[in-house]
Ligand binder design. Structure first.
Ligand code: ADP
Ligand code: ZN
Ligand code: ZN
Length: 725
């Protein structure tokens, strides 16, 4: 107990940089140094849930508002996770309260109790046992009583034994014949099922990872289908055998039911899953089970990186190059980078796996910070696909498809195989064009054309979501000659359905896979039949399609000439990943790239030298140009109704930076899309060859930003290590 002038320094989920002082609520004051408990406090006219981040002393406690009540009697956030969240707040230069709120599941954020993770079971009461009550034969209550005759049965098991046992249980409970009891938690003992015997490369990788004693980072750099997942599984088995927890991060679209059942079957214990399709209560239960050490294997998407791991043994990041690991709004954290920080703090091994590692990770491997593990061959019988570049200059294209491509598709279908047609553009066409005057349909609120949907009848903005029906005549010249220009997945689908009426054509993009597992359902529809899949990069990973032997890439040329310095890397990754879908089983695969730029250096390097040749060349260019990973960036963005307000704010921030700081500043300048959803957007880019001076400047400048008068009229954000410039 400390003197009555102790104050609580509370982190609150508000966009202000500081902690807030409150007098402790009634009840015992915690020891100084004890932090991490939630507390309910008044804030303006609201009540907020905050987390105590420190205990302070004030001279004049009378001026402080008092907290309302303790929510936790013992800290909710402790140990490594609590320290790592504090690190993340410092690194992203974001308010600690907002970082905590990003990291906690909804119910905990809102001040609810940590949920119960007991297993529940049902048993017969004494009255239910003896004398045997009369229950009509064959009815649900009778069948349930029979199930329970031998003893307690847990609810998960009942779910597998009969449908709707709950109503039967309720009716028996009303008659005093059965009761529900909490079962003691006993950690499941893994009984791993044997997988394929690892090949030599896999065996080396597994041996290296399982030999780690404490923190060690591995880049598992293996071509598509080389058996990376097998390596993860074996490393997890070894981790479980040491009695430790494993966390596996996967990209949003990689977390398929197929992946999960593979994990469950092979590990032989419950696998706890965290993804965006779960409701808040489910998330909170997984969080609680992990915090209590009950969840031994947790597989999840980006935000699963915030899972408490009191007994950690291993962290795996699958497809580490994937863009979905970077949160693009709110707290702009990178789950891969944060996972590395956590692994270090937890002193455990971390495995980054990919067929197309990010240039950052390759650079770290080259510098010796990660152990570079290579799997150069496909596992089992599968061979690498043969890649062909199709020069379509001067060739007739019908809805974007050349005659050669159509003939190739016919051949593969007739052999009973499946074909994937990849186009990274959903909708019918990217632009609606007036053939007479050149007008194109713009979004009213963005600097971008509307995408044509529904065969030309609807327009939709992919940036702000605006929708409208397509005009019947050109608003500028009145002409009726409005034509969808360019190719999207819908248009390809339309053409392929017409060209191959006897085969199923299934389109898969964000327009068709709104619901979780819709992808699964659609792929199941195709099964092993010969047929065509048309889609965007959603199709580039996740699923094993053994019958798929031809991948056609239609029109990648937009990506070859983008201004974004990461565009080449993203394009190369996408091409290799989608090409990797072909020939994953016994039948050999082919990949055809249709392009108007067959001599483009990116394509030449990629096709002749593979991803590593591309990556080496690209790293050299980045070094020469002073771009990441050879520079560290931070991007401040401002949005306002009027561009002057956005610029004034960024100029004021720029003026806060000391002249002698070893940091380059670029801007204020227009953002890549200067107007979006009705807002004018500008940016200020800070760059430094080393991390320390950049963070030194941010440490000094960010706390002052919200106090700038110019900041009041704008929405602003700070992105440390931005992915999109
Ligand atoms: P990746 O994760 O690198 O894409 P997977 O682990 O999914 O590769 O393996 C690709 C396919 O090869 C899977 O069907 C898997 O069961 C199989 N496989 C993996 N390792 C072996 C092996 N050592 N021997 C035979 N088949 C294997
Ligand atoms: Zn016109
Ligand atoms: Zn728009």
């Amino acid at each position: 107990m400390t003197s009555s002038s102790s104050t609580l320094r509370v982190a609150l989920p508000v966009p202000l940089p500081q902690l807030f002082d409150y007098a402790p609520p009634p009840g015992p004051v915690p020891d100084p140094g004890m932090t991490g408990q939630r507390v309910r406090v008044p804030f303006g006219s609201r009540e907020l849930v905050g987390v105590v981040a420190g205990i302070g002393q004030v001279e004049d406690p009378g001026s402080l508002r008092a907290a309302i009540e303790w929510i936790d009697t013992t800290p909710l956030l402790t140990g490594e996770l609590w320290r790592s969240l504090q690190w993340l707040a410092r690194y992203t230069h974001a308010p600690l309260g907002e970082v905590i709120s990003t990291g906690l599941p909804g119910p905990l954020r809102r001040g609810e109790a940590v949920p119960d993770t007991h297993q529940w079971g049902w048993q017969l009461t004494d009255a239910g046992h003896d004398p045997q009550p009369k229950l009509r034969n064959g009815t649900r209550p009778q069948r349930l009583a029979e199930c329970l005759a031998e003893g307690v049965v847990n609810e998960d098991r009942l779910d597998t034994l009969m449908d709707d046992w709950r109503s039967a249980a309720r009716s028996l409970a009303k008659r005093g014949l059965v009761e529900r009891i909490a079962l003691a938690h006993s950690p499941a003992v893994a009984s791993p099922a044997g997988g394929p015997a690892p090949n030599a490369e896999q065996a080396d990788a597994i041996a290296a990872i399982t030999a780690a004693d404490g923190f060690a980072a591995y880049l598992l750099d293996g071509v598509t289908g080389s058996g990376k997942t097998e390596v993860y599984l074996q490393a997890i088995v070894a981790c479980l055998a040491r009695g430790k927890q494993a966390l596996v991060l996967v990209p949003e679209i990689g977390l398929t039911p197929q992946t999960l059942s593979r994990f469950r079957n092979r590990l032989g214990i419950p696998v706890h899953v965290l993804h965006s399709g779960l409701n808040d209560n489910e998330r909170a239960r997984v969080w609680a089970a992990a915090a209590r050490g009950e969840a031994q294997v947790i597989v999840g998407t980006r935000s699963a990186v915030f899972t408490p791991l009191p007994n950690a043994g291993l962290i795996v990041i699958d497809e580490e190059h994937d863009g979905s690991y970077k949160q693009q709004d709110g707290i702009r954290y990178h789950a891969r980078d944060f996972a590395l920080v956590r692994a270090k703090a937890l002193d455990v091994a971390v495995v980054l796996g990919s067929a197309t590692p990010s240039l950052e990770s390759l650079h770290n491997a080259h510098a010796g910070r990660y152990t570079h593990l290579r799997l150069k061959q496909r596992a089992g019988a599968a061979r690498p696909p043969v890649v062909r570049v199709l020069d379509v200059r001067k060739r007739p294209l019908r809805d974007g498809l050349s005659p050669e491509v159509l003939a190739g598709i016919t051949q593969h279908l007739q052999a009973g195989h499946q074909v994937l047609v990849f186009k990274n553009r959903r909708g019918y066409a990217p632009v609606l064009l007036c053939h007479d005057c050149g007008w194109t349909a713009p979004c009213q609120r963005c600097d971008a054309p509307m995408t044509v949907h529904a065969g030309g009848r609807r327009l939709q903005c992919h940036h702000c979501g605006a929708r409208q029906s397509a005009p019947l005549a050109c608003p500028d010249c009145g002409s009726l000659a409005l034509q969808p220009q360019g190719i999207g997945t819908e248009r390809l689908e339309e053409h392929l359905v017409e060209a191959f009426p006897e085969f199923p054509v299934i389109r898969i993009d964000r327009g068709t896979t709104g619901k979780r597992d819709a992808l699964e359902t659609q792929l199941a529809l195709l099964g092993d039949r010969a047929g065509i899949l048309v889609g965007t990069q959603i199709l580039a990973k996740g699923h094993d399609l053994p019958k798929l032997t031809l991948v056609v890439v239609v029109g990648i040329d937009e990506g070859l000439f983008s201004a974004d310095f990461r565009a080449s890397e993203k394009l190369a990754q996408q091409l290799i990943q989608v090409a990797g879908r072909a020939g994953r089983a016994v039948d050999a695969g082919e990949v055809w790239l249709q392009t108007h730029h067959p001599g483009h250096p990116l394509l030449e390097t990629l096709v002749n030298g593979g991803y590593h040749a591309f990556a080496d060349a690209e790293l050299q260019q980045r070094e020469a140009a002073g771009f990441p990973p050879f520079a560290h960036l931070a991007l401040l963005r401002a949005e306002a109704q009027q561009v002057e307000h956005a610029n004034a704010m960024l100029s004021a921030v720029r003026a806060l930076i000391p002249d002698d700081a070893a940091v380059e500043r670029y801007g204020p300048m227009p953002a890549p899309m200067p107007r979006r959803a009705g807002y004018q957007r500008t940016q200020l880019l800070l760059s430094s060859p080393a991390r320390r001076p950049l963070h030194g400047v941010l440490d000094q400048v960010t706390p002052q930003i919200s106090a700038l008068p110019q900041a009041r009229r704008v929405r602003w954000s700070l992105d440390v290590d931005p992915m999109d410039l």
